[in-house]
Design a protein around this ligand. Structure first.
Ligand code: HPA
Length: 254
């Protein structure tokens, strides 16, 4: 393996197929990596992929770990620690989320501008690792330059994008109408069950972050219907090509 990537991507819901575009790929099953957790959710496989996306060396996580699976926050974020040790400087993440912003529609892509940690714990709880300070700054959890770049790319390619705040809960339940309402009052535009722990640890490691949510359902009063994992997956699959187009170009320019 001769790649030395400085860019990593977490292929969450809505980006899985991007894995097929990685050339010169070396796949390492999570099972073969010491201390790596193993993904249990349907639709999430488990491989670290080293290879190229376009001309860029890249490290991709095919499948991620969620707190609701029973992992500790340290386990959920262990791959980010590994990325740091491997020299990763920029992290791209994707996820599926329920929209709480009344202007959003199913199938919208939301560039994440900030996040709210509504999980029961912070992944940095415990002894501080020397990658960052005990009390890390989170004033720019998502890199502003990368956000501007994504907006420019979306405009060039005439892809409709929203911008907003992503809030992560522990799941695995989707929200009650009252919970969606509360999260909206808190300032969330979208609600999901991932990403926030990884982005906290990446920030602590000095890794720049960029994220996109695909809005797969709506937590907006009057528009709330029954949600299932299958519908979330289906809605995410439908916009996968657009999400991939933005990410491909972002990585190309990284
Ligand atoms: N809530 C939480 N997580 C989600 C949702 C949601 O509505 N949609 C997709 N992931």
């Amino acid at each position: 393996m001769t790649t030395s990537p400085t860019t990593a991507i977490v292929l969450g819901t809505g980006l899985g197929k991007l894995a097929n575009e990685i050339t010169d790929a070396t796949r390492i099953s999570y099972k073969e990596i010491p201390n790596f957790p193993v993904s249990t959710v349907e639709g999430h496989s488990g491989n670290l992929i080293f290879g190229k996306l376009g001309d860029k060396d890249i490290l991709a996580m095919e499948g991620r770990f969620h707190y609701y699976e029973g992992y500790t926050m340290q386990e959920v974020t262990f791959p980010i620690r590994v990325m740091y040790e491997l020299g990763i400087k920029t992290l791209f993440v994707s996820n599926a989320a329920g929209g709480t912003n009344p202007k959003f529609e199913i199938g919208d892509l939301m560039i994440i501008t900030d996040q709210i940690n509504a999980l029961p714990e912070n992944p940095l709880r415990g002894k501080n690792f020397p990658t960052g300070p005990r009390f890390p700054d989170m004033s720019e959890a998502y890199n502003k330059e990368l956000i501007q770049q994504a907006l420019a790319i979306a405009e060039e390619k005439r892809i409709k994008v929203q911008q907003g705040v992503y809030l992560a809960t522990q799941g695995p339940t989707f929200e009650t109408p009252s919970e969606y309402k509360m999260f909206r009052i808190w300032g969330a535009d979208a609600v999901g069950m991932s990403t926030v722990p990884e982005v906290i640890v990446a920030n602590h490691c000095g890794i720049k972050c960029f994220g996109i949510s695909v809005i797969t359902d709506l937590g907006v009063e009057g528009k709330i219907v029954e949600v299932s994992h299958e519908e979330v997956q289906k809605a995410a699959d439908a916009v996968q090509p657009l999400m991939a187009e933005i990410m491909r170009e972002m990585i190309n320019r990284a």
